[in-house]
Structures are given as C-alpha cells and as structure tokens.
Design a protein around this ligand. Structure first.
Ligand code: FES
Ligand SMILES: [Fe+2]
Length: 450
C-alpha cells in the first residue's frame, strides 16, 4: 500500500526493515583487478613509517596484498611479495643481506627489485635466476614515511610532493593509525563537516575547539586535486572560513585541530596531511604527518610526543586509548566510523542535505574509477616534477562592518569568496596566494560586495 506524501510511516517495522545489504563494491573493493583496487594502485601509497623498520623485515599488508618491507644492509628499501617464490615461506623471517633479502627456508636470495640473485643451493648459473623474478614494488621515503607504488610499472607516476609538506617553522611528525573498517568510511568522514558539530561538540562534549561547535554555513568545491568543504562561522566579532581538503584518491588535509579563531589569520595551512590506505577491504591504516607550529597551536594544546605508531594527540582515533564505557559516553571518529559496519552499506543509507560532501566525494571517486576502468586514463593536472598545490586553509577576519545582510548570507558570501580565491590562486607561489586571500578578506571585513 503506498503512503500519501504527508502521512508519516507507521512505527514498529523492525521485521520489515533490512539489516544487511550489499556493499558498494565499486568503491569499497580494493583487491587487485577490481576497478577501485586498480585506481588506488595508480598512486603512491604510504606503507609504513620509517621508524617501524628495524634491522628485521616487517610484514605488511597493503591493498589486500601480503608483503614484506625491509631495509638492506646497504640502506636500500625493499618491498617484496611476502611469500617466497620457491615454496612460499614468509620473507618476514628472511635474513637481511648486503643487497636484498635471503629466504630463511632454502636460502633464495632476492634483490630489492625482486630479481633472484642466488637460488640457495642451486648452482650459481642456475636458469632459475634467469627465469624467476619475485614480486617487488618500488618505494620512496620522505620525512619519515615510506611510500610504495603497487600499480603497473608502465604507469608509474612521480612521487608527489605537496605544498604543505615543507613549510618554514612547521615540524612534521609521522603517525600511523589502524581502523578496523573499510577505507572509504574513514576517508569520506573528512567530507562530512556536519559531524564535527554533532559528534565532536554535542554528542561527546567539546572534543576539539569550542569554535568548531558553533553553527556554520557549509559549501563544497571541486579543486584540481579533489575537493574541499568550506565551513564559515561567526566566532565573537570575527568570521572564520575553514577549508578541509580531499586529495584524490585517498589523501586528506585538515586545519588546526584546536582552532578557536581567536586572532586574525590568513591562509593558515594544514595540521594533518594523511592518507587512508586500505590494508585490505575491512582494515584501514591512516598514515601521514601531523604538523606542529606556534601558529597552528597558539594555546599549546598539541603534543608531538603523543604522535606515532597507533597514537595521535587528539581524542577518538583509536580503540585502545579509552575503556569501552567511556567510548560509549563520548564516542569519537573511531567509534562512529568502525560502527558503520566493517564495510558500510550505501544501499541502506538515507541521505539529507548535509550529506552533500559525502555524496560528492563518492561521485568524484566513482568518476575516476570508471574512467580508468573504461580505458580513459586518469587526469593528472600537475606538471611532472612540480610541487602539488593544495587547497587547505583557515582564515579568520573581523566580522564585516556596516552590512545589513543577515548572518547566513554574510557567511555564505564570505565562504564563497575566500574559497574562490584559494582555488583560483592555486598555481601562484604561496606568498602571492596569501596576499590575494588577505585582500579578499580585507574586502569582506570592510563590508564590500554584500
Ligand atoms: S621457501 Fe623460500 S627458499 Fe624455499
Ligand atoms: Fe571527526
């Protein structure tokens, strides 16, 4: 029986409501050969922090592939398929050699590129060495993070460097956090700004800044590298415009964690640059840098000593940090994301207007996944070798003077203007971008253009 438009659905329908559903595997399945798995494999992915590597090999899993990461005695990094090409023993028990790694079981010796240097007790000229190449992937190491490229060698891109990585006065501390659920729900959380108001300010009390709990106007913009959500708030007699960024396929940048918008600032950059990397389809590892500077943390609430393996200096990101009852009373991102099921079922979701960011990031991803799957290739908007411009920023300006428009209109207008400048100035040097943003903010504060 169909319900008329205005009649409310009757309650107690548990028996008729679905409990399970099929995942949106086009975006959630990251195994090799799947559309999304192939898409993610076209980009360098962080695999571990340098500090996790000792003199022993490290068993790792990435995109559903069991691997072993090691540094040989010459200092070269290797990332090999974990199971030996001889008879499958795990190379995590291998012996690190001057060059490469030697399997413990029968002594097969692999170079970091997977070539077989010596097949154990077989003669030195054994045809095995000519005929067998073990699975290996290229690696790159930067600022304490080891990246790997698991895609087809003929499509290997340059290792990207982002414009927020090496800023003066900013210290970068690597971290790595495991979340037992699909990568997409961890990733898309950053395009769900309304959760900051609910989860981090109302449901659990203020978990980050007081100012982040204030009402906000939100809009979304596509950028050359992905998208931003733009949050505009009135904080006392100031106007705060924040952009939170997704860098496709799985990178994120977030602004100052404890921002209170207490002082004027223009084009303040990232507090976190991280990648939500599928370990497999039901485990995600977020690896990245937490950035520290006086500007990002004027009240001294951030703590680099709390950042590293399975830890970060803000609440609600791991299971072990608090007892279950406390996590129930004051849940954080970890509880929200993991409890969406091990793979969230999009078909069972019911979206409202505030889900626009999640809808858009899924749309952008799907477009890319399908383009690659249909043989159209990927769009790389940045010139090879260049530092990649990003669109993360916080700006705080005085509330506009002498404007009769209502608060919502002012916030929307300011968010639009600041984010347009941030995007349009993308190819300019950083100082010039800051100048243009300052100019736009001065115009807003002076009440121009309303
Ligand atoms: S299983 Fe590795 S050398 Fe035999
Ligand atoms: Fe959050």
């Amino acid at each position: 029986m169909s319900q008329s438009k205005n009649s409310r659905q009757v309650g107690f329908q548990g028996y008729h409501r679905p409990i399970h559903g099929e995942p949106d595997s086009e975006l959630t399945d990251t195994d090799r050969g799947t559309p999304c798995g192939e898409y993610l494999r076209r980009y360098w992915q962080p695999v571990a922090m340098s500090s996790e590597l000792s003199d022993l090999p490290l068993a790792v899993e990435l995109l559903g592939e069991p691997l072993v990461l090691f540094r040989d005695l010459s200092g070269n990094l290797g990332l090999l398929h974990r199971h030996c090409s001889h008879r499958g023993a795990s190379l995590e028990y291998g012996i690190v050699a001057e060059h490469g790694l030697i399997c413990c079981y029968h002594g097969w010796h692999y170079a970091v590129d997977g070539t077989l240097i010596r097949a154990g007790s077989e003669p030195e000229q054994s045809p095995l060495c000519k005929n067998i190449v073990h699975g290996a992937y290229p690696t790159a190491e930067r600022n304490g993070i080891i990246f790997a490229y698991l895609g087809p060698p003929e499509h290997q891109p340059e290792v990207p460097v982002y414009d927020t990585e090496n800023l003066e006065g900013v210290t970068a501390v690597p971290f790595s956090i495991t979340t037992p659920c699909n990568w997409l729900q961890v990733y898309e959380n950053t395009q769900d700004p309304i959760h900051v108001l609910h989860l981090h300010a109302r449901s659990s009390g203020v978990q980050f800044g007081e100012a982040s709990g204030l009402d906000q106007e939100i809009e979304y913009k596509t950028t050359p590298v992905g998208m931003i959500n733009v949050q505009s708030r009135k904080v006392g007699d100031r106007l705060w415009v924040r952009s939170t960024e997704s860098i496709l396929p799985n990178g994120n940048q977030t602004g100052a964690i404890f921002e209170e918008a207490e002082t004027e600032k223009y084009f303040q950059r990232s507090a976190v640059l991280r990648w939500m990397v599928p370990v497999n389809n039901t485990v995600t590892r977020t690896i990245g840098w937490r950035f520290f500077s006086n500007e990002l943390d004027p009240r001294g609430q951030a703590d680099p000593n709390q950042v590293g393996k399975e830890k970060i200096d803000f609440i609600g990101q791991t299971e072990d940090e608090r007892p279950y009852a406390e996590r129930q009373r004051q849940p954080g991102d970890y509880e929200a994301q993991v409890s969406q099921r091990s793979i969230a079922v999009h078909a069972l979701e019911n979206h409202g207007s505030s889900d626009a960011g999640v809808v858009r990031i899924r749309h952008l991803l799907r477009k890319q996944v399908r383009a690659l799957h249909n043989g159209e290739g990927l769009k790389h908007s940045q010139p090879v070798g260049a530092t990649i411009s990003t669109y993360i920023q916080d700006s705080v300006m005085p509330w506009p003077r002498g404007v009769s428009a209502d608060e919502t209109t002012i916030l929307r207008n300011a968010g639009e203007r600041v984010s347009n400048v941030v995007i349009e100035s993308g190819e300019e040097p950083s100082a010039e971008r800051k100048r243009q943003i300052l100019q736009a903010c001065n115009g807003i504060a002076a009440g121009q253009g309303f």
